[in-house]
Design a protein around this ligand. Structure first.
Ligand code: NAG
Ligand code: NAG
Length: 315
């Protein structure tokens, strides 16, 4: 494509020499061979936070890197962004269905991604208290998988147009080794469970885990034609149960962050659910709202939860 003069003017000014890098050295257990791309700003604080940004189906690490402001914001605020790339070349979706991916340290794509996090924490003296994940569509499904299987690794996650943890696992059969299964019942909003059932699934992601749980932020368009909006309500039920903030939202804020979007806050902000009225699957990422939820645009001293922070939710 030839860029016209006005389009050239609109290109962001690059103020830093940092760029997207592919990591080709071994980085830890990665049984499904996911690829590892990273954006490391030239200037970092002593203990940088880490943001993981898994792409959507038919996407790529490069597309995710170009498709949002996270790298620019990383340079501005001094954090590292990991852009994993799916190994499933047929559709480039993430494995959100296998027992391996849905279980702590058991394998699947989730373990490969967590190995990227562990490697990055070590190499850049990252702040293990401040590791976050956000994504759209398949990246949003993977966000919920990572929060359920690795609550000890992530401080918070933000999912745009995803499905609940475990919803894509095949119904009525063993999901061991079932990577990259497309669960049409879930996609179409036909998988419904009680809060307790979703909660049990999430807790089953890390059996016996008693530690604190990551904060959760969920966005979904009411007109989603790929992953039905029903999935939003189902995910809210499950996370509210696990976080102990059920009983309905304590606050409702209209036209936030965009006109027609409503934010429902549960339990003093441990769970935020945004309903985007009339919005289809192709939802607009809200980088600033995500950064604020993660406090990634604040200084480290401002951070008050997560590993090493107040252990349990103050209710
Ligand atoms: C991952 O790559 C290794 C080395 O190339 C190969 O032996 C293994 O079968 C691959 N695993 C998968 C799940 O494709
Ligand atoms: C972080 O971003 C949010 C949303 O843009 C803004 O309201 C808040 O003031 C910012 N905080 C800081 C410390 O810059």
């Amino acid at each position: 494509m030839k860029l016209s003069f006005p389009a050239l003017l609109a290109l962001p000014l690059l103020t830093s020499a940092a760029s997207l890098q592919k990591i080709t050295t071994p980085f830890g257990p990665n049984p499904t061979n996911a690829s590892f791309y990273i954006y490391v700003p030239d200037v970092l604080p002593a203990r940088p936070a880490i943001l993981v940004n898994p792409h959507w189906c038919h996407g790529s690490a490069e597309a995710a890197f170009r498709g949002s402001q996270y790298a620019n914001l990383a340079s501005k605020h001094g954090f590292i962004v990991i852009y994993p790339q799916s190994p499933h070349t047929a559709d480039s979706c993430w494995d959100v269905s296998s027992r391996e991916t849905l279980t702590h340290n058991a394998g699947g794509d989730s373990l490969g991604i967590v190995s990227m996090v562990r490697w990055t924490l070590e190499k850049y003296s990252g702040d293990a208290k401040r590791v976050f994940v956000t994504g759209v569509s398949s990246g949003a499904m993977m966000t919920q998988v990572l929060l359920g299987s690795y609550p000890d690794v992530f401080a918070a996650g933000s999912a745009f147009s995803g499905v609940p943890f475990g919803c894509f696992a095949p119904t009525g059969r063993d999901n061991a080794g079932v990577y990259g299964y497309w669960n049409d019942d879930c996609a179409k909003g036909r998988v419904k469970k009680t809060a307790e059932e979703w909660g049990a699934l999430i807790r089953g992601g890390y059996p016996g885990y008693e530690g604190w749980r990551p904060k959760v932020q969920l966005f979904h368009g009411t007109k989603d034609e790929i992953l039905d909006f029903v999935n939003h309500g189902e995910a809210v039920k499950g996370w509210a149960e696990v976080l102990g903030v059920g009983g309905g939202p304590v606050k409702e804020t209209k036209d936030t962050p965009l006109k027609g979007w409503t934010r429902y806050s549960y339990g003093e902000g441990w769970l935020e659910a945004f309903t985007a009225e009339g919005v289809p699957h192709d939802i607009r990422v809200q980088e600033n709202t995500v950064l604020e939820f993660f406090k990634l645009n604040h200084t480290e001293g401002d951070f008050s939860w997560g590993q090493g922070g107040p252990a349990k939710l103050a209710l």
